[in-house]
Design a protein around this ligand. Sequence first.
Ligand code: ATP
Length: 355
Amino acid sequence: MAAGKRVIQRESFGPVAYYRFADDFSPHLRGTLVFQNTLIPGYPHIRRLLRLRAGILRHFHEPFFVEEKVDGYNLRLWRHRGELLPFTRGGFVDPFAYDRIGDFGDFHRFFDDHPRKVLIGEMAGPENPYIDIWPPNISEDVAFFVFDIYDLDQRRYLAPPERYELLEQYGLPSVKSFGEFRREEVDRVEEIVLDLNRQGIEGIVLKGRQRVLKYATPIINLRDLEADADKLLDLQPAFFIQRVVRLVLGFDEFRLPLTPELQTALGRAFLEGFRQAVQRVREEGAMYHEFSVRVHREETIPRLLDFLNRASSQIRVEYAGRERVGDLWRARFRKVYLRSTETLKAYLRGETILD
Ligand code: ATP
């Protein structure tokens, strides 16, 4: 953290004022929120298994639930003074979800009865403002799935069966649960993962009483590389290495063949992906991605644009127009990756590097 930057920062969203932990500050996690008498904890990191069978046998001596891991972004939803406020991992109100959250369930009915609970869920779909990957079964717009409920008074996350029951009772969207398993049933968990792998779904989260772990399907690592290879100069090298490591360990565990198609696809992801970045910079002077989002209120568009541009010094987001889609506005944006753009421009004009 930069010297002098305060860990606890004051934030506001319209008339709503609160404090946010901008970094971990033991025992509080980054993204922890403080309202007058209420502390909403940052959502904990989930450790990753790289080998499923060995991991289950090593870590789970009690039964555990298996849930689908939805590939989107994390939101904590709480109602404060009558307003549904969706907070990002970092603890900002997400202007996009603030506009759309009401489309995914009658959350007011839930908070009328449970004002001292927080819903934690994943917003996922191709038309989200923040990430370039989404579940294959969401073909347009976004959807929201709750995967945890935090009780502010008891200071605990509800156990999966309590959560399933509450979500069912209020008709709220839940991540898919495959049910409860014992360590002896590891074969069945493997079958679930193989099935998700065939569908191109991100993975599973294993939830026991003592611990929560995640496991990604082997193929999703290829999908991630395909989605991100044009950002070769923006992302950390470890991002790419990790995906290759996970992919190979997964294919090896499940004895899946490294087919010529897979090998070609992996090579193509890097070569064509990065070629696209070079071509964009050569022809259009910038490495960028285009994306769109659907919102109810026109004022969400500048709010979102401002939010996106404050989030990172490595990207610049430009507004590219809007049109009506049913009852919603579809706003189009261009996300410019500044590091790739500047580095490639320098290479293309013949500058040298020392290696
Ligand atoms: P970290 O685990 O360190 O927070 P990360 O932020 O990169 O890592 P992921 O690797 O995507 O996140 O995995 C954890 C995230 O997965 C959770 O924070 C949550 O947003 C998301 N998620 C999706 N489905 C589930 C689920 N069923 N249960 C719990 N988390 C889920």
